[in-house]
Structure formats: structure tokens, C-alpha cells
Design a protein around this ligand. Structure first.
Ligand code: FUB
Ligand code: ZN
Length: 675
């Protein structure tokens, strides 16, 4: 780890996304998702799962008012567990004094406000800002005098706060509060929510820590680690970094903190299963395999990378690198999904990447992008950006319908709708996107990442601008008080032509372009292009940049037919199709039923064809293949003989667009035709 290699994300205020592809996604989030989610948080969407998120903040605010009125006569509720998800008897008429929904329901608002903040940067909107300010007032009214802010415990009984860190998500909600508050402050300059966030973080910093007398717990669901770092970077208050680092350092130490909270669980369950779920099985610096709940895991690894960077902690960095290596080479789907099993929404064992029972939660791929960006901040090695791009264009985008009106939580690579309804092992898989979820972690997470996508595509340091993901935009950067402007026009994800226009007053600096892993041969042209040097998967072009200089890059997007490592049992004898950053799939809408009866001719020449899926212009891929003919007769088993095949032309479409044309079968991996 070398400080000189460090870079930081570009401030969203210095980027204007001009790219047709991404501008459209951001517009969908701004015009559809954000307003829709606000209605969902307020239980105003007919037919969607009820949230009770804003209901809970209002109920807690009401309780605060009563407390102020009654003073010492006010009686705090005594804690009673009402379930991990509490629902009213009559869903339409909840008791206005009670908490409903999942224990972490507050986090949905915090993610929403974060998305609003990013959206306000790119598209100022006084009405939306006013609505957000009013919502913030509702949230702040729920905060306790001592700074504590979690409506689950405020309404159910504060006598038990922080008593179940393993399962109840107070520190997770706090993490999201900090992220949302910093984003809103940075976008608008308004610090009302930021102050509330600091007060809760101050409360937590008094409560937890290595100092004697403080609680030795840490979050059951990580995120506070990276959020505290973000709060530290926004406020420069050391105590926030100290707490974030403490949470990272404490995890996995023995005796296990969670055992003290849950002595009844010590017997019976296998120890590794009990703790791996929370990545608490061993201290984080000793961890080498990505295990447990996938969202928790990548949120933790993001926090570890942040702390490693800020504290120059080599051992922590080494652990991050080892964990990354394991994840990338043994546990990553070809769609950028992670989490092979729905049991514990978790990583499975090495090379266990089932397609039709995959979990691959949308949030997990979002978290993977958080982690990748943080690794890039420490070291610009294209392996991190390759995965970031893969997750972004495939699983993350698949999480949202093209019109932004429905969402996937789970992102399998093979779907047979009947099985999702009848086979208990697949009940977690939905064959059509849902309007909302009782546990609605994914949709607001999608909104926040898409509306801030520019802060993942580029990082910078004093004299270098790194292009990790090719996205059309205009970036301004200051070097030695000289403002430079870099404009990018990109045909991604369907065309590998990129044009970079630089305008600077004879300033020396470096542009570092990622060479995508899917590209065998790139071209670069423009002034001094021959001087560009390759390092760690980037092409570094250092020169004195004048007014109006243009560099062009070309990354040919050939159709690639890929096979998996043979240790991935589920993919043996199968191939998947990728072109540029996009992973493809077959859908029943184009290829008829029974996709499992199709084979693809890997020797044949693929063709590409532009087409529209629900208004989205995509490049589809046509490859000759065969459909197995169902034999006549009723016998289930017959003597093996040469299979009767009918030639067909298979049409592959981008995985992220699947399921936008009604319920149908889908598969990413297809059997290969043997010569
Ligand atoms: O526990 C909070 C969120 O709910 C997790 O990140 C998701 O996996 C879902 O379980
Ligand atoms: Zn989720």
C-alpha cells in the first residue's frame, strides 16, 4: 500500500453525466423511482407491500411530544419483542403509536434521502428539496434528547437498546443515517440531518469502544464501519474514524460478543455457521474467504478498505486483497452477482454457483461496487474495476425494470417460472419483478447507486484522473489552481468507441484509462498517444495538455462465448455469451419454451442485431444452435441414441433486460453443441 497511489472519488458536483445510457437510467430513478418510493414509504401504493417506514418516525415523534408534555409523569414503554417483522392486525389501520415492519425499517428512509441528495446535485428541484426537508423534520422529531435514534426501540422500549446487536439492526440503521445525512449535506449545504446523524454517532461513540467500561459489541449487520469513515471524512471528527476502526478490529475476537447476548444459542449450532454469517468467526485480518451473508460481507470489506486506507494499515489491506481474490476467482457469477445460496442470503462454498437457486441479491452487487471503488481508491488495479463494471451493467441494472416501476431482490441466472412457484428450493426466486417488498432493502439501494453512478466510474488524485467505467460525462478538475475540463463521449455498453476531449491551459497531468478485461486488443490515437504506458490494466497517458485536445479509444466488443472453470459443477458443458461489459441470456420471449432443450453451436459465427426491448435500444446476438426434439411415445427413458436436433437461431439479449416482456423462462448458461 503506497499513499502515492491513493485516489478519491470525483465529487458529484464536478461531474455532469451526459451519456444517453446512464442519463436515461438516472432519469428513470429521478422521475419514477424516487417519487414512487416516497409513496411506498408512506404506504400509498395500492397493491404493494406496506412499509410503515414514515409511520414509525411519526409515531416516535408523537411519543416525544407526549414526553415533553408529561415530563416525569411520562412512562417509557417496557420492551416486548413483537417479532422481527411486526404487522398490524388490520394492515390499513395501524395503531398510530406502534412500530411496524422489519426492525430495520428506518433504513429505507435514509437510503431514499441519499438518492434524493444525489439527484438534487444533477437536477436541482426545489419541490423535491422542500419535500425532503419536511421529511427530515419528521425524522429529526423522532430523535431522543440523548441523540439515540432508532424507531424500533424508541417505540418498543428503550430499556433494551443495543441488547441484540446480532439481529436487531440499530447500528445498520445508524450507518444508513450517516450516509444519507452526509450526502444531503453535501448536496444542499443543509445540516439538519447531519447534526442528527452526528448526535446519534456521538451517542454510539460514547457507548462502544475499546476504552474500559464501554460496550465491546459490534454491528450484526455491517455498514456502520464505512459510514463512520464517511462521516469522519465529512466532519474530520477523529472519534468517528476511531469508532469505525474499533468495529472492524473487534469483530471475530474471542470470547464472541454475540455469545454473551445469546447464551441460549451456544449449544446446538455449529460454531462456524453461527459466526460466519456475520463474518465474526475469526478476526478480520485473518479472514481469507468471503463467507456468510453476502451484503453484510461486502459492506464489511468496504469498511475494512476504508479503515486500511485512512490508517495505512497494511495487514488490513492484505486481508482485503485476499478476500477479493477469493470472491473474484471462486464465488462470483458471470453476471456480477454474489451469494450462491438463499440459506442465510449467503456466499456458498468455493465454486458453488448454482444458477436456478442463486440468491445474488441486488444489494450484494451494489455492496460489491462499494467495495470495488474502495479498493480502487487504494490501488488502481483494473481487476477491481472489471468486477465493478460487471456488477453494474448486469446484476445491478437487472434489479430494476426498464421503466423503474418494479424490482428484483434475487437475481438468478436461470428461471423456470413454474418451478419458482412449486419447488420449495426456489420459492425465493420471483419470475417477475415486484412492486415493493416488506423487506425493501434493494429498491432504495438501487436508487442511491444509480443516481451517484459517476462517483464510481472515476477517481482522481492530485495529477491523475482515472477512468474506470466509460461513461459519457463532463468532468472538471483543478490542478495547481488551473481548471481543466475532460469531456467523454462513449458508446458503452454496446459500442467500444470512446472520445475524450481535454481542455486545459498547458497543464501537465495524467489520464489513466482502464483496459477492460474483455478486450483483447484496443486502439488509442491522438496527440502523444504513442507515449501511453500500460500498468495494472490501465493505460497511463502523461503529457502537457493544452486547449481542445482529443484522444480516441477503441475497445472492440467482440461476442465472446465463455465457459466456466470446470469446478463449477452447474456450468459444466455449458457456455455463456458476453459482449463488452454486457452478459447475455436467452429468454422464452425470443426462443420459445423449454430453454433447457437448446444447445448453442460454439463454432458458428455470431451475428449482432440492434433491437428494442420495452423502448430500450440494445444489441442482441444471434447464434445458430439446436433444439432437441421430444421423442414420440410416452416412455420416460429410452435407449440412448443420437439426439434428434432441429436447427434454430438463438437470440441472446442483455441479462439486465430480462423479464421486461412478461413472465417467461430465462437462462444465462446454455448447453454447448459438441462437434
Ligand atoms: O438485513 C437488512 C437487509 O435485509 C439485508 O442487507 C438484506 O440481505 C436483507 O436481508
Ligand atoms: Zn437488498
Amino acid at each position: 500500500m503506497d499513499r502515492n497511489d491513493f485516489s478519491t472519488p470525483i465529487n458529484l458536483k464536478n461531474i455532469e453525466v451526459t451519456d444517453c445510457f446512464w442519463e436515461n437510467k438516472m432519469k428513470v430513478v429521478r422521475t419514477e423511482v424516487i417519487p414512487y418510493q416516497w409513496r411506498a414509504l408512506n404506504d400509498q401504493v395500492e397493491g404493494a407491500a406496506l412499509s410503515y417506514c414514515m409511520h414509525n418516525f411519526k409515531a416516535a415523534g408523537k411519543m416525544n411530544q407526549e414526553k415533553a408534555k408529561l415530563g416525569a409523569a411520562f412512562q417509557e414503554p417496557v420492551y416486548t419483542f413483537r417479532g422481527f417483522e411486526a404487522l398490524p392486525d388490520d394492515p390499513k389501520h395501524p395503531d398510530e403509536n406502534k412500530f411496524y415492519g422489519f426492525v430495520f425499517q428506518d433504513s429505507d428512509f435514509y437510503k431514499w434521502i441519499e438518492a434524493v441528495a444525489y439527484s438534487l446535485i444533477s437536477n436541482p428541484d426545489s419541490e423535491l428539496e422542500k419535500m425532503a426537508d419536511e421529511a427530515i423534520e419528521i425524522v429529526c422529531a423522532a430523535q431522543q434528547d440523548d441523540g439515540y435514534l432508532d424507531t424500533y426501540y424508541i417505540l418498543n422500549g428503550k430499556d433494551k437498546i443495543f441488547s441484540n446487536l446480532r439481529d436487531h439492526h440499530e447500528l445498520y440503521c445508524m450507518g444508513h443515517l450517516l450516509e444519507g445525512a452526509v450526502a444531503y449535506y453535501e448536496a444542499t449545504g443543509k445540516d439538519r440531518l447531519l447534526k442528527a446523524a452526528c448526535r446519534f454517532a456521538d451517542y454510539a461513540a460514547e457507548y462502544f469502544g475499546e476504552e474500559e467500561g464501554k460496550c465491546k459489541g459490534y454491528p450484526g449487520h455491517e455498514i456502520a464501519e464505512m459510514a463512520l469513515v464517511r462521516l469522519y471524512e465529512a466532519t474530520r471528527e477523529e472519534k468517528y474514524l476511531r469508532l469505525g476502526r474499533y468495529f472492524v478490529d473487534e469483530r471475530g475476537k474471542r470470547p464472541y460478543y454475540f455469545d454473551g447476548e445469546h447464551p441460549q444459542d451456544i449449544k446446538g449450532k455449529k460454531e462456524d455457521l453461527r459466526y460466519e454469517y456475520h463474518q465474526a468467526h475469526i478476526p478480520v485480518r485473518e479472514q481469507t474467504e468471503a463467507v456468510g451473508h453476502a451484503v453484510r460481507a461486502v459492506y464489511l470489506y468496504s469498511g475494512m478498505a476504508d479503515v486500511a486506507r485512512l490508517t495505512q494499515d497494511e495487514t488490513l489491506w492484505l486481508a482485503c486483497e485476499k478476500l477479493w481474490d477469493n470472491m473474484e476467482t471462486k464465488k462470483l457469477y458471470i453476471t456480477g452477482g454474489i451469494g450462491g445460496t438463499h440459506i442465510g442470503e449467503a456466499f456458498s462454498f468455493n465454486y458453488d454457483l448454482p444458477n436456478d437457486t442463486a440468491y445474488a441479491e441486488t444489494c450484494a452487487s451494489i455492496g460489491l461496487i462499494f467495495w470495488a471503488r474502495r479498493m480502487l481508491e487504494i490501488r488502481s488495479d483494473s481487476r477491481y474495476a472489471n468486477v465493478m463494471e460487471l456488477a453494474l451493467y448486469n446484476t445491478v441494472l437487472a434489479g430494476m425494470a426498464l421503466d423503474g416501476k418494479s424490482f428484483f431482490y434475487v437475481n438468478p441466472l436461470e428461471v423456470f417460472p413454474k418451478a419458482c412457484k412449486k419447488d420449495e428450493r426456489k420459492l425465493h426466486i420471483k419470475s417477475v419483478r415486484q412492486k415493493w417488498f416488506g423487506c425493501a432493502c434493494c429498491p432504495p439501494n438501487l436508487a442511491r447507486i444509480i443516481s451517484s453512478v459517476g462517483s464510481y466510474a472515476f477517481t482522481e488524485n492530485r495529477d491523475t484522473l482515472f477512468v474506470h467505467v466509460y461513461m459519457g460525462c463532463r468532468i472538471t478538475k483543478c490542478i495547481d489552481q488551473e481548471e481543466i475540463e475532460v469531456s467523454i463521449v462513449s458508446g458503452f455498453p454496446y459500442d467500444g468507441n470512446v472520445q475524450i476531449d481535454v481542455s486545459a491551459g498547458n497543464v501537465p497531468f495524467t489520464l489513466a484509462f482502464r483496459i477492460p478485461d474483455w478486450c483483447d486488443d484496443y486502439e488509442i490515437s491522438g496527440p502523444d498517444a504513442a507515449k501511453a504506458e500500460e500498468k495494472d490494466g490501465y493505460l497511463y497517458l502523461t503529457k502537457i495538455w493544452g486547449e481542445n485536445e482529443t484522444i480516441t479509444l477503441y475497445f472492440p466488443m467482440q461476442v465472446q462465448i465463455l465457459q466456466a472453470d470446470p469446478r463449477v459443477r452447474e456450468d459444466i458443458g455449458k457456455v455463456a455469451v458476453r459482449r463488452g461489459p454486457v452478459t447475455y441470456c436467452l429468454e422464452e420471449a425470443d426462443n420459445g419454451k423449454n430453454l433447457h432443450m437448446l444447445t448453442v453451436d460454439c463454432e458458428a459465427e455470431p451475428e449482432t442485431e440492434e433491437c428494442f426491448i420495452e423502448g430500450e435500444r440494445v444489441v442482441s446476438i444471434l447464434i445458430p444452435g439446436y433444439r432437441e426434439v421430444i421423442p414420440e411415445g410416452k416412455k420416460l427413458y429410452t435407449k440412448a441414441e443420437k439426439i434428434r436436433n432441429m436447427p434454430v437461431k438463438l437470440r441472446f439479449v442483455p441479462y439486465y433486460t430480462w423479464g421486461n416482456r412478461g413472465e417467461n423462462e430465462m437462462t444465462v448458461w446454455v448447453r454447448r453443441e459438441r462437434a
